[in-house]
Write a new protein. Structure first.
Length: 257
């Protein structure tokens, strides 16, 4: 039985996690962290990770904000609590602080906890190799109207994987409305759509002269992110200090890609 601490337990992802965990017998929630202390379904909730009692241990799952993610990782490093960091919109400086924390405790980091989106990334990397620069690449991401950051962390994660596979030759272009010129051959366009209750859609277009190949992922509920976070927490339990990603968890499962 793996004990879990949920930072952001009162939010939408917190509720999704509670629902998924309630249906499992290999983990349980022992504490939560949210803006207001109290309890959720009998689970004690604290206003800050720093208010957690010393005897509360387990794996901490964070679905909050960039600042919350850093606080979680640094608390985990100080108290020996592994952390699954799922928040998006972190700056390079904040990401560096997560990596520093991982020197003392196991930290699992992914901008998207969906197993499917990470398989999509592997497929995109394969497509980059096969097309060998002959096709233009565009990413279109769509999310609900409450999402704060744009482009999404997932879109950037996809772009970074593509660019790394291509040897870093691409330049990201986020907005073309003020630019009146032909598309550059080394551009990688990223477009954002915000509206309604879209959970998360990502399309990667490989555009040739007379054909287009589109690789897509559609999240139909927040449950896919909760499932991924729980799997990551179980994976991380008892791991040595280090910086882990979805690729580490899926290692061996993607040999066919």
């Amino acid at each position: 039985m793996t004990d879990l601490i949920i930072q952001g337990i009162g939010g939408r992802m917190g509720h999704a996690l509670l629902e998924k965990i309630a249906a499992r017998d290999d983990c349980r929630v022992v504490a939560g962290v949210d803006q207001k202390a109290g309890d959720v379904n009998g689970i004690p909730v604290y206003a800050s990770v720093n208010d957690l009692p010393a005897d509360v241990k387990g794996v901490l799952i964070d679905f909050t904000s960039p600042a919350g993610a850093v606080s979680a990782a640094e608390y985990g490093a100080e108290h020996g609590i592994p952390c699954v960091i799922c928040s998006t919109g972190l700056s390079k400086e904040q990401e560096a602080r997560l990596e520093a924390a991982s020197e003392k405790v196991a930290v699992f980091r992914s901008a998207n906890m969906s197993v499917g989106i990470n398989v999509l990334i592997e497929l995109c990397k394969r497509a980059v190799t096969l097309f060998d620069g002959e096709f233009d690449i565009e990413i279109v991401e769509k999310h609900h109207h409450n999402k704060l950051d744009a482009p999404s962390g997932t879109a950037l994660m996809i772009a970074d994987a593509i660019n790394a596979q291509a040897g870093g030759k691409y330049e990201y272009v986020y907005d073309r409305h003020q630019v009146r010129q032909k598309r550059g051959v080394q551009e990688l366009g990223i477009s954002s759509v915000r509206g309604g209750g879209i959970v998360g859609d990502h399309d990667v277009l490989f555009c040739g002269a007379e054909e287009v190949v589109t690789l897509s992922h559609v999240a139909q509920s927040r449950g896919v992110f909760a499932d991924g976070a729980i799997q990551a927490a179980l994976f991380l339990n008892d791991r040595a200090p280090g910086y882990y990603t979805m690729s580490d968890m899926l290692q061996g499962k993607l040999s066919c890609v």
